[in-house]
Design a binder for this molecule. Structure first.
Ligand SMILES: Cc1ncc(COP(=O)(O)O)c(C=O)c1O
Length: 282
């Protein structure tokens, strides 16, 4: 742990009585009625961790990783899911189906086909304005509060485009000088699940909710660059993240953009699901 760390650890070189260790004003209870109460919000933001010089060699460039893998269900999608589900009225007997990359056509036909008689309902993160709204109302304000508005760059991967559009709109409204940088896979065939290569995409396949006018730059990263950066941040900082965080990290540390000021990077999820994906590069 670095000397600047502000982690509260009781010193070991004195004898403690049980009562010394109690939470006197009951502020640390963290007892909830439902897992949904853990949802991230400006009152309950996901944490940010500053990269040390082990990972970030640029002295005038501060890099903060916002750890969405700390969410109750393990990723930034907790935000989207909650907002979209709140906007959905399910009737008795209806079944919820949600596409992930590659099966939007299957899901679309289940929802629209007369043969199913309205049995299937989909929030559809690829088209729902509530996806963008979730980030405009939560992720964006959290970043603004956590940096006290002192932010120069925002980096995020692009999948549905919800994160970058919602956060980008919020930050640009607060300060149009903040640069919004998208990160995409370097090729169409890639293993960075959750991300989409948008360069060269025909309009009909372009993410419908992505507001491309918000993007100041778009950086392509290969699978190998992403995975190696994901492994590096685990080894050097002890932060266990998924390969798409590696992609965003690689972009933020190696792009041609000036390496000064403050950057906030979205770490969309943690490493738990990617052990086999990483093993190729270990
Ligand atoms: C695992 C994962 N899923 C999805 C996304 C994309 O988010 P969105 O769908 O909001 O564009 C990212 C972005 O980095 C990601 O890393």
């Amino acid at each position: 742990m670095s000397a600047q760390s502000n982690a509260k650890i009781t010193p070991l070189n004195r004898v403690w009585q049980a009562d010394d260790l109690l939470d006197k004003d009951n502020s640390a209870r963290r007892v909830y009625d439902s897992i949904i109460d853990l949802a991230p919000s400006p009152e309950n933001p996901t944490p940010m961790v500053r990269l040390s010089e082990r990972m970030n060699p640029h002295a005038d460039y501060e890099v903060l990783l916002k750890l969405e893998g700390m969410n109750a269900f393990g990723s930034i999608k907790d935000r989207t899911a909650l907002y979209m589900l709140r906007g959905l009225q399910l009737k008795a007997g209806q079944i919820l189906v949600e596409p992930s990359a590659g099966n939007t056509g299957v899901v679309k036909s289940m929802v629209e086909s007369e043969a199913y008689g309205g049995k299937y309902v989909s929030p559809n993160q690829y088209e729902s304005k509530l996806n963008v709204e979730a980030h405009y109302r939560t992720t964006g304000p959290e970043i603004w509060n956590q940096t006290k508005g002192d932010i120069d760059y925002f980096f995020a991967g692009i999948g549905t485009g919800g994160t970058i559009s919602g956060v980008g709109r919020f930050l640009k409204e607060k300060n149009p000088n903040i640069k919004i940088i998208g990160v995409e896979p370097a090729t169409r065939q890639h293993t960075l699940s959750g991300l989409k290569r948008i360069t060269g995409l025909p309009d009909e396949h372009f993410p419908k909710i992505l507001d491309r006018d918000l993007l100041d730059d778009l950086i392509s990263v290969t699978d190998e660059e992403a995975s190696r950066a994901g492994i590096e941040v685990a080894r050097k900082e002890g932060i266990m993240v998924g390969p798409t965080t590696g992609a965003v990290l690689f972009a933020a540390l190696n792009s041609d953009l000036p390496k000064n000021g403050k950057a906030v990077l979205i770490s969309a999820d943690n490493a738990a699901r990617y052990v086999s994906a990483y093993s190729k590069y270990l």
